[in-house]
Each structure stands twice: as C-alpha cells, then as structure tokens.
Design a protein around this ligand. Sequence first.
Ligand code: SPV
Ligand code: MG
Length: 554
Amino acid sequence: MATTLPIGSTDAQAASTSKAARLRGLLQAPALSFIMEAHNGLSGKIVEEAGFEGIWASGLSMSAALGVRDNNEASWTQVLEMLEFMADATTIPILVDGDTGYGNFNNVRRLVRKLCQRGIAGVCIEDKLFPKTNSFIGENQPLADVDEFCGRIKAGKDNQSDDDFQIVARVEALIAGWGMEEALRRAEAYHRAGADAILIHSKKETADEITGFCESWGGRAPVVIVPTMYHRTPTRAFRDAGVSMVIWANHNMRAAVSAMRRVSEAIRRSESLTAVEEEIAPVREVFALTGQAELAQAEARYLAAAGGHRAILLAASRGGKLGPLTEQRPKCMIDVRGEPLLQRLVRTLNRSGLGDVTVVRGYRKEAIDLAGIEAVDNDRYDETGEAASLACAYDCLYGPCLISYGDILFRRHVLDGLLAADGDIVTVVDARRRVDASRAPDRAVDWVRCSRPFTGSYLDDERVTLEAIWSDAAGAETAHGEFIGLTRLSEAGAALVRGVLDAMSKDGTLDGADLPDVFARLVAQGAAIDVLYITGHWLDVDDAFDLASLRNLV
Ligand code: SPV
Ligand code: MG
C-alpha cells in the first residue's frame, strides 16, 4: 500500500515506509509508545505537530464531533469519510477505533478492505455487539461469542491488502465484569485467530486489572491500554508491566469542548471579540496548519502568472552582527513573528507567480529546510562573497529571472513593479534611504548614483540608469539612493551577468566580489542597468535595529 502524504508533502522518510508498517513497528518495539486521539483532519494535524508517532481515531470523539452518540449512530461510511480527511492531512499512522466492526465477519472484511484503500494503518475491534455502547456507560454489557468474534478477526486479516495492516482485538471482559480468567481466555483466542495486538480495557480508577493481566499474559502479543479512568497511574508502571502502546483516547475532543464553551460564553457575554482574541489561535496559524503556503507555491508553479520568471536568492552568509541569533541558523532563517524571514520572502515571490525559487545556502545550510525551494550550496561561504554565491547558481542564471538577497523583505507592489519594468537588467533603488546615512556608519549599504535623481513627480517617467555603485560610506552624500538587493534580468541581461561571472572567475576576482562589483563591471563595459526607484516599503536585516523594524513591518 502506498503511504498517503498530504498534498504537496515532501517528507522523504515518511514516504519510504508505509503507515501500516510504522504502526506495526510501534506495536512490536520493546519501547512503550503513545498515540493520541484525533477526530478530524485538523486535530490529526495538531497531534502530528505535537510529535506523536501515531493517531487514535476515537469512535467516541468522532461521534461527538458530529454531535451524535457513541452508539454507532454515525454510519461506518461516514466514519470512513472522516478518516480519509485525517489520513490525507497527516503523515503518521492512524489506528482507527472500529467499534465492533459494524456487524459480523462480512462487515469487518469489507471495512478492512476500505481502510487499507484509504491509507489507514490499523483497526481496533471490540468483542461486543452491534450497535455498541461506550464502555464507560452502564454495567454488564453483553459480549460477543468468542468463536464468532474470532471469525471477525480472521475475516479482517484475510482481507487486508497491506501485509502490515494491524488488527487490534479489544477485550471487554473486565469492563463487562466477567473477570480476569475470561479476559485471558478471550485474549488467547483472539491472538490465535490472528490479532496483531490485544487491547485490554478497564474502567477501574487504578491500574491493578491492567498490571494483573500483563503479568499473566506474559507478552505473548503486544498489549495496548487506554488509561482514561486510571490516569493517576504513573506511566512508569505501564513500562514496568511491559505494555506496548498507550492510547490517550479522547483528550483533544474534551479540550475542544472546554475551549469552545469558554470562548462562546465570553463572546456572547461581552458582545465583542477583543476579550478572547489573545487566547485563541490567530487565523494565520490556521492557514499554516492547513498548508496555505503550499497552495501559493503550486499556483506559482502551475498557473505560470509571472511570465516564467525564476528567482535566485542569495542566502549564504551568517549575519554575524546579529550575534547569538545566528548561531544555529543563517540570518535569512531568523524568526519574524513566528515565521522565518526567508519563508516570508518566498511567499511574496510565490504570490506574484514565481514558483521556481533557488536558494544559495552556505552558513548552517541544514537550517534552510523550506518546502518548495531548490537549494544549491556555496560551501566556501566564509571565504567568498555574493558573486561566488551567484556563480553557484550559474545553471539557473538564465532569464527571465530575479536575483534577490535572501535577507530582505519588500511589499508585493515593489516586486510587481519590477516584473513589469522594461530593460534587460533592472535594479531596485530606494531613493529615500540616503537620508538615513548617518544612522549607523558601519551599516552595509550599497550606494548608487544614477543618471538622474528621483523626483517623485507624477509626470516623471524618463528612463533612469545606474552610473555607479559602491559599498563604503565614503561618498554616500553623492548617492541617489540605495540598491535594495533586488534585480530582474531578461534573457539577454542574464547572459551579460554570466559573462561577468566568467570573466571574474578567469581573472581571479570572483571570490572577493559582491553583487555591486558585478554591476560595477557591467557599467564599466557599457551595459545599461535600468533603475526602478522606490521610496521605502522594504527592509533588510543587518543588525538588531533592522530586526526590530522588520518585526514592526510585517
Ligand atoms: C474511544 O475513544 O472511542 C474508545 C476508548 O473506544 S473508550 O472511550 O475509553 O472506550
Ligand atoms: Mg470507542
């Protein structure tokens, strides 16, 4: 069976082992494992995000989420539909609570076939009668005949299309008051019938029944437990007893009930949203959970709105002025309000239709692990500059394309203006920045002088070209603005830039050169570099001051 991954997922490890095989591994491993309840796609994602290795698709919780009782009021196909959303939304295995199997052997075998088709890793069936009643309701619930239940297990095992699919047989003898001997007799019969594991259920407030069962059972098959009622028992006791898997069975559904009640009551009382805004998840977190960014990348890839522009982002440098903030990651991966800067930059590009994004990595390259980008590496990042990084992306340096520093952010209209501008090489220059020259004398600023200054006039549409570009503070007062680190190249422009990189490589200047050196060389050889003037609406991250401004901008 193929592993089901969320659309757009690139989780290579998850793709290499089927979900059923991973559930089997968890059940058979000597270490105690934990799976957590979910009842729909969103809660499944949250369970995975929390780091759990598997999901318990709880019958009680899925029923409650649908507003019905845990008495098979939701039909098995309605449950199946929910499971499909959960499996699509997650990459970890799902063990589904299959109640009694929705009937006899015939219903179980059809259920198992369908679960395998939908990428579910295993099912737990309990030895009760359809329609079931929750184990914590009432006393002396009737149990299934042992042989009949063994037939359900055998039919399920005979019909699984994935060899690793797991069938867990749930013994209800202790719940129904039939005693330990009956529980052990049933567990043995179900094990012989082919069950991959035994779930022994108890509704006592202590774990005595569970530890007693484990002791007599002697590890003949993996044991699964649901400590909802004996939750005070320390987890160590389950390990000591040789339990294989713990199911935290309904706690996300119950948490949702409490949270939704609190919020609904507060909003109704206050007739306002302000009181609850701080305690609930921001909408952007919901977008992140449901993978909105992947859709933007896919749109850029498949809708081809940007006239086929690709982008090269230069992100190899550490950003040493940010000190400890860049010890574990390069500055492009610094967190800006819960999201790495580079991810924001890539999203801006995607939204303008640029889906083909190559990032040149260097310092702490493993930290640049964004979905939807291609990475090339400048492993000599600490002894080379931007020109050498650009040369690492030589194979992508074909127009039309964009070159951007990886540590800048700009408003989308800046990018859209650049994409629409005429010229083989067009750079973006902030005319406003030179008034800031006095702020930090050691700031890395790429100053430019152009064929004419920015005027701000509505009528001003005369062409502007670059005449000089330099990076030290001397002469800053003669500059017309600051190069922001964003450039567009046509096919011909990209060929000119490749020519400069070739020449630099030949004469030995490539390693020490930055992007302004490449432009200076183009100007010296008579190439026209057009300038798109802007006034603000962008930021780079050079030091802590920039970072503070950036956090205010987004
Ligand atoms: C469920 O989560 O639906 C279960 C576990 O079956 S319990 O409610 O503890 O029976
Ligand atoms: Mg249940």
